[in-house]
Design a protein. Structure first.
Length: 260
């Protein structure tokens, strides 16, 4: 892991991943929604937590579904038929997911809203850099940030905006292009090895807030790795102790990690 004090400037923009980073969406959102979609489409398939965890090595929900189909004897044999079924199931899944998220069933991870508000109060630009769909992002953020959630962000790059998904760096390259900055002028907040690889390939330093599915995943080259923004404990490099037991990770901490 890159030590604090590496030759990186204090970040000018905070670039947020979504799934696993803003919220624990994978286990309790996407996985459950996929299972409901399978049922709605009269398919006997169900993804338990362990199997879905293995599928997360594949980036993108529809891509994940196609990968799983390739292992199933009861999946359509032809490529076109599989693609058509994947589109239908994924559309149903997104509808179920939107219902969960918009109903408040998938809360933001602790500390996320606080850091976002701090960025807004200090005029620090933020971006969304995800390969999930814009509809999924809207469903997740419209509750905690309000109907005008998009105004919180200087750039929003979603799955529809790129041709290649993480770990390809395209999502970060596009965000940097809109912001007109180079990679070291931003910092990414990610939770998975694939997301870390995408940011690093674009030259963006990364802070990792480990999620449930990637709690023990090997992470190389991150500026800092910790259990989440909700706590100052358990981070590498460590954070200064605070007299407030409820203190979270803030912009000053991020700037210190990324400062030369």
């Amino acid at each position: 892991m890159m030590a604090a004090g590496a030759d990186l400037p204090a970040p000018r923009a905070i670039l947020w991943d979504v799934d696993g980073t803003l919220a624990e969406t994978e286990r309790d959102g996407h996985r459950v929604a996929f299972n409901l979609a399978f049922e709605a489409c009269d398919l006997p398939w169900r993804w338990d937590e362990a199997h879905y965890g293995r599928l997360l090595e594949i980036t993108g929900g529809r891509e994940r579904l196609l990968h799983d189909m390739a292992t199933r004897a009861d999946a359509p044999a032809g490529t076109e038929e599989r693609q058509a079924l994947a589109r239908a199931v994924h559309a149903r899944k997104n509808s179920f997911y939107a219902g969960f998220a918009s109903g408040g069933g998938i809360p933001l991870r602790a500390g996320v809203r606080e850091l976002m508000q701090q960025c807004r109060d200090r005029g620090r630009p933020m971006g969304i850099t995800t390969t999930t769909s814009r509809a999924n992002v809207a469903a997740l953020l419209a509750g905690p940030l309000g109907a005008r959630w998009e105004e919180w962000f200087a750039v929003i790059v979603c799955g529809e905006d790129v041709g290649r998904k993480k770990p390809d760096p395209e999502v970060y390259q596009r965000a940097l292009g809109v912001l007109r900055i180079e990679g070291p002028g931003a910092v990414a907040i990610e939770d998975s090895p694939g997301g870390v690889a995408a940011a690093q390939a674009a030259g963006v330093p990364v802070i990792v807030t480990r999620s449930r599915y990637f709690a023990d995943a090997p992470i190389e080259g991150a500026v800092a790795v910790g259990p989440g923004l909700h706590t100052r404990g358990g981070w590498q490099p460590s954070l200064p102790a605070s007299g407030d037991p409820d203190a979270t990770v803030g912009l000053d901490d991020i700037d210190a990690w990324c400062s030369p």
